[in-house]
Design a binder for this molecule. Structure first.
Ligand SMILES: C[S@@+](CC[C@H](N)C(=O)[O-])C[C@H]1O[C@@H](n2cnc3c(N)ncnc32)[C@H](O)[C@@H]1O
Length: 223
């Protein structure tokens, strides 16, 4: 866990730029698409879990202006530092997703962008997300899951192992971007992830494939 935290602390400066570059700007559209699927409740408490530099929260804020200032929860303090500089509308809080420092049933919406894939004890993180959500609350996961469709397989199994670490080496840390590819190939597919979320207590609302399966959105509810 300490290694993952250190890795994100090392890449914080160019994290956003490389996200946009490597996804050709699609990461912005994917976060937006995910936010569109979520309800907008007045005064909603929003937790952006593994929120990093805060882009998911800012995307949600554009649609749901009535929510409370989103809590950006992440264990890498330098990623949170970028979020803090980006906007005073964000509330960065250093936290571990497997031990969320919030009360039971205190959150309306949990956003999780490209975060769960990095967590070793996924079951514990899912049960923590379930614990802090209110009844009727939503948990949205946007991530790169294990590829299953042809285009996604071609991209993640053939192109990415060469291209992503190379671009990472040019602009940031090669090993962090090598890890990115490995983490995608060794993650769950969206259906198996949803099954794990169900085991943690969630009810599955929807699974959406984005851009030929390059990314997916999994929306769960605490009924
Ligand atoms: C790929 S970044 C995603 C950042 C942001 N959500 C986005 O949409 O760009 C993954 C983030 O998860 C954080 N993270 C990984 N494991 C974590 C854990 N156990 N607890 C809290 N944060 C974690 C990392 O520090 C990193 O900032």
């Amino acid at each position: 866990m300490a290694k993952i935290r250190e890795m994100f602390n090392q890449i914080h400066k160019r994290y956003d730029m490389l996200n946009h570059l490597m996804s050709a700007g699609r990461d912005i559209a994917w976060r937006k698409a995910c936010c569109k699927k979520l309800p907008q409740k007045k005064e909603a408490v929003v937790l952006d879990l593994c929120g990093g530099t805060g882009d998911f929260s800012l995307s949600y804020l554009k649609r749901a202006k009535n929510c409370k200032l989103p809590i950006v929860g992440d264990f890498a303090e330098k990623m949170l530092g970028v979020a803090a500089k980006k906007s005073s509308d964000l509330v960065p809080v250093q936290m571990d997703a497997t031990q969320i420092p919030l009360a039971n049933g205190s959150v309306d919406i949990i956003l999780n962008g490209f975060g769960m894939r990095n967590i070793q004890n996924l079951d514990l993180a899912l049960s923590e997300a379930f614990r802090v959500l209110k009844k009727g609350g939503y948990f949205a996961t946007l991530d790169f899951f294990k590829p299953e469709k042809k285009i996604a397989k071609l991209f993640y199994q053939r192109i990415s192992p060469l291209a992503i670490p190379f671009v990472g080496m040019l602009f940031s840390k090669r090993n962090a971007y090598r890890y990115l590819v490995i983490s995608i190939l060794s993650f769950l597919n969206p259906v198996d992830y949803a099954a794990k979320a169900r085991n943690a207590g969630f009810t599955l609302r929807s699974i959406s494939s984005l851009d030929g399966g390059l990314a997916h959105i999994v929306i769960c509810e605490k009924k």
